[in-house]
Design a protein. Sequence first.
Length: 206
Amino acid sequence: MRFLGSRIGAVEALMAVNFIAFLATMVFPTIMLTLFALSPGTVVYMPWTILTSMFLHADVMHIIFNMMAFYFFSLYLENLVGEKNMLKVFFTGGIAGSIFYILSSFTLGTPEQNTFALGASGGIFAIAGALAILRPYMKVVMIPIFIPMPLYIAVFVFMVLLSFMPGVAWQGHLGGLITGVLFGLRWKKRTVELIAVKEPYGYRFY
């Protein structure tokens, strides 16, 4: 995509959509939440909210932290697997997170049936999960723990623990994470198979 003579990548475009949706939510909160946020009680009549809820955020800190994580994780994954595959992981993970949230609301009998769920975390967890499989030992620094740690620890320990904080829809995070891990395992297997063909006397893992 080109804008004013410059190429705008998928990452930048998605971030722009998120910020525009956030501003609209601040100005028209009732309209935006009613029409586009996910609610298990109304999703049968408003199925598009499974997707549109990925672009809504509750407050400034919510969107800032999500967009920071999305920017760094998605760009790295894009460099590894390409823009189309990165987008596939993001949207599939976000939708899976929404479905997990809906199913758990009814099967567990939790009060989420009458509340809204919103945020890009399902897609972000999917991207992080795929990266944690493909580059598990890459060092990252997570806020507020400013200590370098392997990516697999940051994702499967630190980020998972944050998912169980009050007010966080852990079901959406879990659905996204599982989706990303499955993508990562598939790509990892494919890479190993290609290396085995090129180097029949051994494997190289990275």
